[in-house]
Design a protein around this ligand. Structure first.
Ligand code: GLC
Length: 565
């Protein structure tokens, strides 16, 4: 036990110094930049830590938890929108791109957060809500004031059809027509999301300039990049052609349509390449909310023949909702060969927590470790979702009147919305999980009593300590940092195995995705590791499997070993 703790803290110290080196050099020996070795961690600021006990998290709360993040092994935090906002979509409706919402604090608080992060080599990524603003943004208030206003053409205003009908059949992803009538000027405006989120007109160069300048403003302040919200929907066809109608209705009761003419238009890529040039001025990273349907679409977001996003997120990975070795292998192979740097995540503020999606109700904690063993050892950059390292679960609303998310209010009961995955971070086993002395804006699930930072910190076998060990390894092991991904035993229906192979070393990763015992053997001759010496790096098995020739794993067991020629 003592020996293990010493080795963890040594590894952490090394992880810290590695991150420090990465921030002062722009590339390592393999040409990799800081973000390629960083572990990203998404923070939903309403729910992370509440410093002023008003029931809602805030920036000072995040700052107070920087040591926790550093010890966990996080190198960059992505904070979802904390800008002034009427909060109809909890910040994804921005009314001022260059300030902080008083709910979360002030610009001075933000500067302090940046500075405290910097001391610990933790970079800060902000969320750029690029497709739309709030209907309370001064640009939109001016835009709607008259047909001749200076900002009229900053949004999408169109005449309706006869009989007061909207301009076309496009539907909002939050339900109903995507057009809202405004009697003041007798025209409709377009909103792909909620009506309080009017779409910007990206064909207007003034919009592009103003929006790009907001990025420069934050770069100057010290942020290291942006996660780009909803990039797929930046452009719409100018002739407003109706989308093809498909059979049936969606969860909101709207006709199903194929979103051919208001999504993923080629013009999106022109904007992204110009936005990348702005990011390059400040050596910043762009992460994309890119809902790609194929690997070819993903390739386009990296940029075909030009630079676009360094880190488009692979959401196809999050669409795999069962423990299927075949599906994971297929997706990893596709992303790994797409020509860019892979980005993996399992959940976020829009997606049901991995603990629920993969859990079988009996082995959830083992499964949580096994899934961490998968995506934190792949070649690429992981984006964790806060609380995942504790085994936090979804806490979906039980009654419609409790729902906060507009999707849940409109979609109830078919879609209960996204509140369940946005509940407060579970810090300890006291009331409200130690998040706040006041009633939190969303309730914590009962499992907070066991799945919280303080309790798990003391248990060497907790999910939290497993994550810490894994992340420490990830920061220090050259093969995990630089090695190529080599799939092994690709027909195994239960166990996912691969090497991360680098020069004379490799890390062997073996993950049992089944509830039964499994024994696997490997022929490592083709990779040049036949008879290699295997040293266990991390395992959930007691005793640890010995060697790499044959590995026995219990239900959802994990085994990581270093192979040396
Ligand atoms: C993105 C965000 C989501 C938000 C939507 C509209 O999908 O992740 O939370 O509701 O954009 O901004």
């Amino acid at each position: 036990m003592t020996t293990r703790l010493i080795s963890i803290s040594l590894a952490m110290a090394m992880a810290g110094s590695f991150a420090g080196a990465a921030q002062t050099k722009s590339v390592d020996a393999e040409g990799h930049q800081w973000w390629q070795h960083a572990v990203f961690y998404e923070i939903y600021p309403r729910s992370f830590a509440d410093s002023n006990n008003d029931g809602t998290g805030d920036l000072n709360g995040i700052t107070a938890k920087m040591d926790y993040l550093r010890q966990l092994g996080v190198d960059a935090i992505w904070i979802t929108p904390c800008f002034p906002s009427p909060q109809v979509d909890f910040g994804y409706d921005v009314s001022d791109y260059e300030d902080i919402d008083p709910v979360y604090g002030t610009l001075a608080d933000f500067d302090r957060l940046l500075a405290e992060g910097k001391k610990r080599n933790i970079r800060v990524i902000l969320d750029f809500v690029i497709n739309h603003t709030s209907d309370q943004h001064k640009w939109f208030l001016d835009s709607k004031s008259s047909k001749d206003s200076a900002h009229r053409d900053w949004y999408m205003w169109r005449d309706g059809k006869a009989g007061g009908q909207p301009p076309n059949n496009w539907v909002s992803t939050f339900g109903g027509s995507a057009w809202k009538f405004d009697p003041a000027t007798n025209q409709f405006y377009y909103h792909y999301f909620y009506a309080g989120q009017p779409d910007l007109n990206w064909r207007n160069p003034a919009v592009e300039k103003a929006m790009f300048d907001t990025n420069r403003w934050w770069y100057k302040r010290g942020v290291s990049g942006f996660r780009l919200d909803a990039v797929d929907t930046l452009f719409e066809r100018e002739d407003l052609k109706d989308n093809p109608v498909l059979p049936g209705t969606n969860k909101f009761g709207d006709p199903n349509t194929e979103e051919l003419y208001n999504k993923k238009l080629p013009e999106v890529h022109d904007v992204l390449s110009r936005l990348r040039a702005v990011a390059d001025e400040s050596d910043a990273v762009l992460i994309g909310e890119t809902w790609t349907k194929t690997i070819d679409e993903l390739k386009e977001y990296y940029g075909s023949g030009r630079k676009e996003l360094q880190m488009p997120m692979d959401f196809l990975f999050t669409n795999i909702n069962r423990l299927s070795p075949d599906e994971f292998r297929r997706q990893i192979a596709g992303v790994d060969s797409a020509g860019g740097w892979p980005v993996y995540l399992f959940s976020n503020h829009d997606i049901i927590r991995a603990y629920n999606r993969y859990g079988d109700g009996r082995h959830n904690d083992q499964i949580a470790k096994m899934m961490a063993g998968l995506y934190l050892t792949l070649r690429g950059t992981p984006i964790m979702y806060y609380g995942e390292e504790l085994g936090m679960e979804n806490n979906d609303p039980k009654r419609k009147e409790d729902v906060k998310d507009p999707i849940g209010r409109l979609g109830w009961p078919k879609d209960k919305g996204r509140d369940g995955q946005r509940t407060p971070m579970q810090w300890d086993s006291t009331a409200n999980a130690g998040f706040s002395a006041a009633t939190p804006w969303l309730p914590v699930p009962d499992s907070y009593k066991t799945h919280n930072v303080a309790t798990e910190d003391k248990d060497p076998d907790s999910i939290l300590n497993f994550y810490r060990r894994l992340l420490a390894l990830r920061h220090t092991d050259p093969a995990l940092l630089e090695g190529e991904y080599v799939a092994l035993n690709t027909n195994d229906p239960n166990v996912v195995s691969y090497l991360r192979s680098y020069k004379k070393e490799a890390v062997l990763v073996v993950l049992n995705m089944s509830a039964a015992d499994q024994t696997v053997s490997f022929d490592l001759a083709p990779q040049g590791f036949a008879g290699a010496k295997a040293t266990t790096l991390l395992t959930t098995m007691k005793p640890a499997p010995s060697g790499a020739a044959s590995v026995a794993l219990g239900p959802f067991g994990v085994y990581l070993a270093r192979l040396t020629k």
